[in-house]
Design a protein around this ligand. Structure first.
Ligand code: ADP
Ligand code: MG
Length: 401
């Protein structure tokens, strides 16, 4: 993969693909000063700027080398239509605050007016294109849109790891038309995950939880083949327990997941919980019961791994050379069922080995426990990181090779 060091950007215009797909909130009336954007219906602000901050090292590095930046990003799913509610204006305002320099927003994605705005940039200045998914050609990887984007710059840098599993015009097509390189964030994401797969410090422990076996079957297959232990938690454990002949009560456990789990049993070093926390329904006010064992009675559902299982998992993490964690150990959004996920998160934070977390809900859990900066690497790309672990090639990354 070509990296920033391979690209000469001094005095050049560089098109940078970033992942600024951040959550926004709409407030009626006056919003806070700065970082806000007034629309017909009120003020929209960025509620979590983690992804914007994650791109700053690349943007700063390029500006320091005297480049002019044209940023391209998507927000939500406007499906090829101009939708003012999905304008990048609030993101542009927040980026300007973080860079401590105003960032201008182009009147569109490509075309003569945008071209003029790009050509008017001076050294170190930053122009943000409008939401690239306002153009139907983006998700279709339309060569005309890729050419329009390429015309705006002399070089292309992709720092949008979270979008690298999509072959879109701004993530794949345009990379073939300009000298290109990976940004620092994308490079770190890919190198970290490739190290886990190729030469991890051992023992390699994978902790896999969350909702559905079928969503993560490729990840489970990879780790059953390569890890020293695969610790299962979350609703993920019930299909395995069911396949072993245990009763699962009302726990989340689809037939197709039981079939998938049956096919994985015996394929590697799989560990399942041996105690559970049950609730009589999926709610914070549910009746709660600790179960020493894994046969869930009718009328109850397993909503967290038990304290003993969580301690065992925590110990394995403490002894690991490398731990990869994806998927919460229980319904952590409900306080009575958050303990298993919290124990695993705390073990990750305290572990002397390399600790890597992938997945939107796992990242949210870490953040909720205040431990987001205590792991070695918190992946910004949920789908992209899982696809990389499944051994699939990411089109946005392959185009940079
Ligand atoms: P990630 O986004 O980290 O990949 P997933 O999306 O696979 O994780 O799973 C997260 C969801 O799984 C959470 O919403 C959580 O409530 C749910 N979950 C975890 N354990 C259980 C359980 N035992 N019963 C029901 N839902 C669960
Ligand atoms: Mg999720």
């Amino acid at each position: 993969m070509r990296t920033l060091g391979d690209l000469d950007v001094a005095g050049k215009r560089v098109l940078v693909r970033v992942d600024f797909n951040v959550p926004l909130k709409e407030e009626s009336g006056a919003g806070p000063a700065g970082g806000s954007h007034v629309t017909a219906s009120g003020t929209r602000t960025v509620t979590d700027d983690t992804r914007i901050r994650a791109a700053l090292p690349t943007l700063e590095a390029l500006r320091e080398q005297g480049a002019q930046l044209v940023l391209v990003a998507h927000l939500g799913r406007p499906e090829g239509e101009h939708d003012p509610a999905l304008s990048l204006a609030p993101v542009c305002a927040r980026l300007g605050e973080l860079l401590e320099d105003p960032v201008s927003l182009a009147p569109g994605v490509v075309g003569p007016e945008v071209q003029r705005a790009a050509e008017g940039l001076r050294e170190g200045e930053v122009l943000m294109l409008e939401n690239v998914r306002f153009e139907a050609g983006e998700t279709a990887n339309d060569p005309d849109l890729a050419r329009g984007l390429a015309a705006l710059a002399d070089a292309y840098v992709n720092d949008a790891f979270g979008a690298a599993h999509r072959a879109h015009a701004s993530t794949e097509g345009v990379a073939h038309l300009l000298p290109c390189a990976a940004g620092l964030l994308l490079q770190r994401e890919v190198e970290t995950l490739e190290t886990i797969l190729r030469e991890p410090a051992r023992p390699l422990v994978a902790v896999v939880g969350g909702a559905k076996v079928t969503d993560k079957i490729g990840v489970l297959e990879t780790f059953l083949g390569q890890a020293d232990s695969v610790l299962i938690g979350g609703a993920m454990c019930f299909p395995f327990l069911s396949a072993q002949g245990h009763s699962v009560g009302d726990s989340l456990c689809a037939d197709e997941d039981v079939e998938a789990a049956r096919g994985l049993l015996g394929r590697g070093p799989l560990a399942l919980p041996d105690d559970l926390v049950l609730g009589d329904r999926f709610a914070a006010e549910a009746q709660i019961r600790q179960l020493d064992g894994v046969d869930v009675p009718d009328g109850w559902m397993g909503l967290d791994i038990g304290a003993r299982s969580a301690r065992t998992y925590g110990q394995r993490i403490a002894e690991a050379g490398t731990t990869f964690w994806n998927g919460p150990m229980g319904a952590f959004e409900l306080e009575p069922f958050a303990a298993g996920t919290r124990t695993v998160a705390e073990a990750m934070a305290a572990a002397p080995g390399t600790t890597v977390v992938g997945g939107g809900d796992s990242a949210a859990a870490l953040a909720r426990f205040g431990l987001a900066d205590r792991v070695t690497h918190l992946s910004t790309g949920g789908g992209a990181s899982l696809e990389l672990i499944e051994g699939r090639e990411l089109p946005g990354v392959e185009a940079l090779r």
